[in-house]
Ligand binder design. Structure first.
Ligand SMILES: Cc1cc2nc3c(=O)[nH]c(=O)nc-3n(C[C@H](O)[C@H](O)[C@H](O)COP(=O)(O)OP(=O)(O)OC[C@H]3O[C@@H](n4cnc5c(N)ncnc54)[C@H](O)[C@@H]3O)c2cc1C
Length: 537
């Protein structure tokens, strides 16, 4: 993906479809449309996955709690999609068993939970060997000794998948680019162009070059997540249904402080359910669900959000004795839900919805990371039916693996991790193998080839520099925040490592882009702001 070349293409070509937004929804639409033969452009005003698609709970899940709201259709669709997305990117979407503790006077009883989970497995078509298993009190406490023993009366284990949302989005964007989509980050749609009251393209601002230009397209789709209503306002079409934004926060805690043995889904005082998910050296906990009215461009964790989650952890795992000062990092995201009068944040449906304006702008919002492929299929079916009836190709994305996913099954991923660890053993870096393979799949080979070509002695800093080289040359990284937040997740999941490599990495950015000292300083300040927003309470 070459940014300069793609900008040239944006300025000079006329596209069948222009997609606004490089989150999971826009990325899914780009791949679906490009693989059906449409000439596609995608513009993202920040970095790819800057919005909600890098701030989720990072689960590819069926949404167990939506059963309570009787959303059987939604659970069936996203539940079934889990296995599909796992097949398409087995290194990035990995099976994760979830523990659901049951309590004497809280939540549902064992019988209801057992029936509910059976229904969940049945709706999603889960294989018999992965179906839910009910546990006795002793088995539950053995599974997770940190639970408060007096309260627990039993438990259940059921199947989900975990992922890295930002990497999933970026790999999907790269896959769309392989199918010919012209994708560019840091390009914002500022206004629309019209002919006879119908949209014919958009004025786009390239924030890197600080220049605006026009992009011509027969159809424009807005997949702008929480910003969907902002674009509908620019198009003068914000009427009828509107978005209802709710904020969700996650806290990152060192694993040594909160050493859960596996992922757990537990309830909070107010009846909400939250997750505690171990990942490498940390455990993350979330999420909240509160109405949001602040800036969409700058969403962060407040002290109240953090205190709510700390209380929730201490109530269920009293031994942990968590304090605000233990928190290493956090992230906050917005759910772009569809407003329904009289419903609270948690009661609003997670279903997606498509809005069509008289000018032809098609907007999609709502939904889940997990269901991105089916949402994309619905949008592209609509676009083809209305504007390209000569195109006969049905959706093919069920059989298009992600870039770097050259694995037949999950066992092959595990074998590749072992081989990579062997390769790195001699240089004392085998502990980085699982991280590299989960993040980059088979593209790890390119990173390791770069590492071994380097004249410098091989060490952890050199490995991260090789990773940076890969992200600069293959993933359109523009700033240190792109690298530390959305390509490697280091700001959230490995803060000590990030701090130790910050300076050499920023220097490499400087040499790659020929930055002046002033730009270097500006980028450093931007990154420091992101770090501050993640740890500010
Ligand atoms: C706290 C939380 C936890 C969640 N957990 C899960 C989970 O575990 N599993 C799951 O399946 N789902 C989960 N979800 C839901 C899921 O994350 C979202 O449904 C999904 O990420 C939305 O993606 P999107 O592409 O529609 O929006 P976004 O990711 O927000 O993408 C929209 C993009 O549009 C860009 N944009 C906006 N305006 C313009 C413009 N004018 N020009 C160009 N670009 C523009 C933005 O910069 C942004 O990057 C969670 C959501 C939240 C908030």
């Amino acid at each position: 993906m070459n940014r300069t070349k793609n900008i040239d293409q944006l300025r000079t070509q006329s596209f069948d479809l222009l997609i606004i937004g490089g989150g999971i929804t826009g990325a899914g639409i780009a791949l679906d449309a490009a693989s059906r033969g449409l000439n596609v452009a995608l513009v993202e005003k920040n970095d790819f996955a800057f919005g909600t698609s890098s701030r989720s709970t990072k689960l590819i899940h069926g949404g167990l709690r939506y059963l309570k709201q009787l959303e059987f259709g939604l659970v069936k669709e996203v539940g079934s999609e889990r296995a599909v997305v796992h097949k398409l990117a087995p290194h990035l979407v990995v099976p994760e068993k979830m523990l659901l503790p049951l309590y004497e006077k809280r939540g549902f009883g064992s019988l209801l939970t057992s029936i509910g989970l059976k229904l969940y497995d049945w709706l999603a078509g889960v294989k018999p060997e992965d179906q839910r298993r009910m546990l006795t009190r002793n088995q539950t406490l053995k599974q997770e000794p940190l639970l408060k023993p007096e309260d627990v009366k039993g438990g259940a284990i059921y199947a989900e998948y975990r992922t890295d949302d930002a990497r999933l989005t970026i790999e999907l964007i790269k896959t769309a680019a392989q199918y010919g989509a012209c994708v560019v980050n840091y390009c914002q749609v500022e206004e629309f162009h019209y002919q006879e009251d119908k949209i014919t393209g958009a004025k786009v601002k390239d924030h890197v070059a600080d220049l605006s230009f026009s992009v011509k397209a027969k159809v424009v789709v807005s997949a702008a997540g929480p910003w969907v209503d902002e674009l509908r306002t620019i198009n003068h079409s914000k009427k009828g249904k509107r978005l209802h934004l709710t904020k969700g926060v996650h806290l990152v805690i060192p694993r040594t402080k909160f050493p859960v043995k596996q992922a757990i889904y537990f309830d909070v005082e107010d009846g909400r359910m939250i997750f505690a998910i171990p990942r490498g050296e940390i455990t993350y906990v979330g999420t909240t669900d509160t109405n949001y009215q602040g800036s969409i461009d700058e969403v962060y964790t407040s002290k109240d959000d953090a205190e709510y989650l700390v209380r929730a952890v201490n109530r269920t795992f009293p031994e942990v004795n968590l304090a605000l000062t233990d928190i290493e990092s956090s992230w906050a995201g917005l759910r772009p839900l569809i407003h329904e009068d009289g419903k609270s944040a948690s009661e609003l449906s997670r279903k997606d919805e498509i809005f069509e304006s008289d000018t032809g702008l098609i907007s999609i919002a709502g939904g889940k990371l997990t269901g991105y492929r089916k949402m994309a299929e619905r949008v592209v079916d609509l676009v083809i039916e209305k504007y390209f009836d000569e195109v006969e190709s049905p959706c093919q994305t069920e059989n298009i693996p992600f870039v770097g996913s050259d694995f037949k099954n999950y066992n092959q991923v595990k074998e590749y991790i072992i081989r990579t660890a062997e390769n790195l053993k001699e240089v004392g870096l085998s502990h980085r193998a699982a991280y590299l393979v989960n993040n980059y799949g088979k593209q790890t080979d390119l990173i390791l080839a770069r590492l071994h070509q380097s004249p410098a002695p091989v060490n952890e800093v050199e490995l991260i520099k090789a990773e940076l080289w890969f992200c600069l040359t293959h993933e359109m990284v523009v700033s240190p925040s792109d690298f530390f937040i959305r390509r490697t997740g280091m700001l959230y999941f490995n803060r000590p490592l990030m701090e130790s490599v910050l300076n050499p990495i920023i220097e490499d950015f400087g040499s790659h882009f020929n930055w002046t000292n002033q730009t270097l300083q500006k980028e450093k300040t931007e990154l420091e702001k992101s770090i501050h927003l993640a740890y500010q309470f």
